[in-house]
Write a protein that binds this ligand. Structure first.
Ligand code: DOR
Ligand code: ZN
Length: 335
């Protein structure tokens, strides 16, 4: 049987939620990943040292073993230097949301005034804290990410020593930015390596494929595949797995978010094998992230095997992408 082994897989963009959802969902990622960058968009968002430490404790209590590291993030505000010094040891990055752009982002940034942001961003540079960005404007839905490129350019050129991660990129415009500024990096989800807008609203409307940023055009998908399959050194896997209860997805007013945490590595093996690039998957799911973030995860070895795997219809209250469909790779075991 064909197998493929991955060492220390990392999910560099993950939503774990809180309460019962956290308890149900966190073990799924902890099983097959060594660590994950945990998003701070709780209600209210994680924005103080106490919130952050308490949230990390709740995550650790929810995962059944010690071989999983939640890399914590804080919700971006124009924090002062003294505060950032006090939290720097506890966090891995700060996540910036434009106000109101997606789930639980109402308290985000409403104007990208560089002078207002300067003290915070300069302190982040000195303390070596990367800035993760949800890069969308409030424009027309298909153009939101492309319109945000000028803001990435402004941030990257005004703060050349700030490590900026363009989260969950979905367009060829964002791919092109990678080689334009030394300090711009990106995460890519597995669903954006599989879906276009056609898979969301091209036939029957598919709520479990609906997320922000929305999946785009075939040429955007090709651009994303080109950098992911080559494991471009500035690109990392980040699932943006975003669980919502089934009734919040299958309703009028569908919540944005695609749930992929327990099936991400299997789908990635399938995609990378299809293009004969399995040898590059290790860089994409771990080594690039270790280098970019300077993190050293605990040892974990995940072996996948090539056999039919029928994706469960549900994981507790959450319906995953491709629920009930059969794919070609399954997890054989984890050491
Ligand atoms: O689709 C999304 N869901 N995009 C985001 O940016 C947030 C996420 C969520 O938290 O549900
Ligand atoms: Zn996200």
């Amino acid at each position: 049987m064909k197998t493929h082994t991955l060492l220390m897989p990392l999910d560099m963009h993950l939503h774990l939620r809180d309460g019962v959802m956290l308890e149900n969902i966190a073990p799924l990622t902890a099983y097959s990943f060594s660590g994950a960058i945990v998003m701070p968009n709780l209600v209210p968002p994680v924005s103080s040292l106490d919130d952050l430490v308490a949230y990390k404790e709740r995550i650790m209590a929810a995962v059944p073993n010690d071989y999983f590291e939640p890399y914590m993030t804080l919700f971006y505000k124009n924090y002062d230097r003294k505060f950032l010094e006090s939290v720097a040891d506890e966090l891995t990055a700060i996540k910036l949301y434009p106000a109101g752009i997606t789930t639980n982002s109402e308290g985000g940034v409403s104007s990208f005034d560089i002078e207002e942001m300067r003290p915070t961003l300069e302190a982040m540079i000195e303390l070596d804290i990367p800035l993760c960005v949800h890069g969308e404007t409030d424009g027309f839905v298909m153009d939101r990410e492309a319109e945000f490129m000028s803001i990435y350019e402004l941030l990257a050129s005004s703060f050349p020593d700030l490590k900026i991660i363009m989260e969950h990129i979905t367009t060829k415009e964002a791919v092109e930015m990678l080689d334009k500024y030394d300090n711009l990096y990106a995460t890519i989800t597995v669903h954006h390596l599989l879906l276009t807008l056609d898979d969301v609203v091209g036939g029957m409307m598919m709520p479990h494929n609906f997320c922000k940023p929305i999946a785009k055009r075939p040429e955007d998908l090709d651009a994303l595949l080109s950098v992911a399959l080559e494991a471009h050194p500035k690109v990392m896997f980040g699932s943006d797995s975003a669980p919502h209860p089934q009734d919040k997805k299958e309703s009028s007013g569908c919540a944005a978010g695609v749930f992929t945490a327990p099936i991400a590595l299997q789908l990635l093996c399938e995609i990378f094998e299809q293009y004969d690039k399995l040898d590059n998957l290790q860089d994409f799911v771990s080594d690039n992230a270790q280098r970019i973030y300077g993190i050293c995860p605990e040892f974990k070895e995940v072996t996948l095997e090539k056999r039919e795997f029928v994706i469960p219809k549900k994981y507790s209250s959450v319906v995953p992408m491709y629920a009930g469909q059969s794919i070609n790779w399954a997890i054989q075991g984890v050491d």
